[in-house]
Design a binder for this molecule. Structure first.
Ligand code: CTP
Length: 446
């Protein structure tokens, strides 16, 4: 029996795929198709795939042309598969001509004619576009536009800043067509807004934008009291709009895998989470302005709160904060949490520098995530027996904002108002911790 194998993503299965499978099948008696996993695609830089691996496998099976489906999850797997399944012919579209000649050592390699005029990329580009307006044009907003360019189905169409010159300069720099002179002008030009203004203004812009029927991606810290957060979520729900705090760490591939590994017990029961985020900042910066919700806890607290609340749960018993103050703001804060079965702590600083790593300790081992852990591509799981230690590497492209942007755009296009990797309860608890700090509850100033 002559065995043929081929591989692909097979996203939004189209006629080109069907022709390819038919031609591959005609080369032998048994056709094996390797469908790439979502992670493998992410690693290969293919981050816009619409269907998940199960949906793509089902579509390939439904063609009726395939005898066996396998999943492709790592570079170099093709050689393993050819040997394992006793493959005679490796077949692939002519867009890969020459690329797989190295497989000739293991089997026959055939490049089949590609169907002109159709591809998954083209089909994805034909999907509707989410028109995004940007509010606030500072440093994070400047990173947002180049990152959004890596995500399909969105266009940055307008920007607003109360300082019109700043808005103009931003639009010129990034080729954005509309310089909005008021928030209303911005809302009129877009379907969704990205709020990247100073955080004390988030609530008001988010409320206005939702009232204007716009989906909202809001930078973090989101808002500073639970009542406001709940009101915004209620408003979004009533209007069927997406409201997503832009917590980029939650969407980063390495963090996502760290979370699932830990939940599956690789270090036993988690006894402690400790994480630090410090960014030395000029004393005159707005980030240290006590009148504008400045300070280390307000600015950086939401980063370590993410792993603490996601790994240990939202039901902490109490928190004590120890803050080193200057000019009425905390230059550095250490927070210590008591949970029923674990402790957690974090350090945040704008005027004090410390190592920005994260250590999660468990009953069987611990995880070490080097600085900057909140945008890492790498971590280690370590054990008493060092021979069992394992290093994990994941993609982290550019500034890492593209992952959250992809989620936001998908939510808008698919009409999904809840996000999979950061629950409302977690966001509300983060907000409650920030609020508790602002109210001075268990805050010890030094
Ligand atoms: N293929 C083809 N004709 C097309 C598109 C794809 O013959 N018009 C072939 C590819 O050469 C490959 C297989 O189908 O052998 C699976 O390719 P895949 O990368 O999944 O499809 P594309 O449509 O090229 O996807 P993308 O645009 O995401 O690269």
């Amino acid at each position: 029996m002559k065995k043929v194998i081929t591989y692909g993503t097979f996203d939004l299965l189209h006629q080109g795929h069907i022709n390819l499978l038919r031609r591959a099948k005609a080369l032998g008696d048994w056709l094996i198709v390797g469908v790439t996993t979502d992670n493998f695609d992410l690693e290969r830089g293919k981050m816009n795939t619409c269907g998940n691996v199960m949906e793509r496998i089902e579509a390939v099976k439904a063609t009726g042309l395939v005898d066996q489906v396998i999943i492709e999850e790592y570079k170099g797997q093709k050689i393993d598969d050819i040997r394992k399944y006793g493959v005679d012919i490796f077949a692939i579209g002519s867009d890969w001509t020459g690329y797989f000649d190295y497989l000739k050592e293991f089997c026959e390699v055939v490049y089949l004619p590609r169907t002109e005029g159709i591809s998954s990329t083209q089909l994805r580009q034909e999907r509707p576009t989410v028109r995004i307006g940007v509010i606030g044009t500072g440093s994070i907003a400047s990173r947002f536009v180049p990152e959004a360019a890596f995500v399909n189905s969105n266009a940055i169409v307008a920007a607003y800043n109360p300082d019109p010159q700043a808005a103009q300069a931003y639009c010129t720099r990034f080729g954005i067509p509309t310089v909005a002179h008021s928030p209303e002008e911005l809302y009129a030009a877009c379907d969704a807004v990205y709020i990247a203004s100073p955080h004390y203004t988030h609530y008001e812009y988010a409320r206005q934008a939702l009232m204007a029927e716009k989906h909202v991606l809001c930078e973090i810290p989101f808002v500073f009291n639970v009542r406001e957060a709940e009101e915004l979520f209620d408003l979004a729900d009533r209007k069927g709009l997406v409201l997503m705090p832009a917590h980029k760490t939650a969407w980063c591939p390495a963090y996502g895998h760290l979370f699932t590994l830990l939940k599956s017990g690789v270090i036993g029961e988690i006894a402690e989470v400790n994480a630090s985020v410090t960014t030395l900042t000029d004393e005159h910066s707005e980030k240290l302005d006590s009148q504008r919700l400045g300070g280390s806890m307000n600015e950086n607290g939401c980063f370590p709160l993410l792993p603490i609340l996601q790994l240990l749960g939202t039901g902490y018993r109490n928190i004590n904060f120890y803050s080193k103050m200057k000019n009425d703001v905390d230059m550095y804060t250490k927070a210590v949490f008591r949970f029923d079965h674990a402790v957690a702590s974090f350090q945040v600083g704008l005027g004090v520098k410390t190592e920005g790593n994260m250590v999660i300790s468990g009953t069987k081992g611990y995880v070490y995530v080097p600085a900057p852990w909140w945008k890492t591509d790498y971590f280690e799981v370590r054990y008493e027996d060092q021979n069992k230690n394992k290093k994990y590497f994941y993609p982290f492209a550019g500034e890492g904002l593209r992952y959250e942007i992809k989620e936001f755009v998908s939510c808008v296009l698919e009409g999904r108002t809840l996000q999979s990797k950061l629950t409302r309860k977690e966001i509300l608890t983060m907000t409650r911790v920030q609020e508790q700090y602002l109210q001075g509850e268990n805050v010890y100033k030094i």
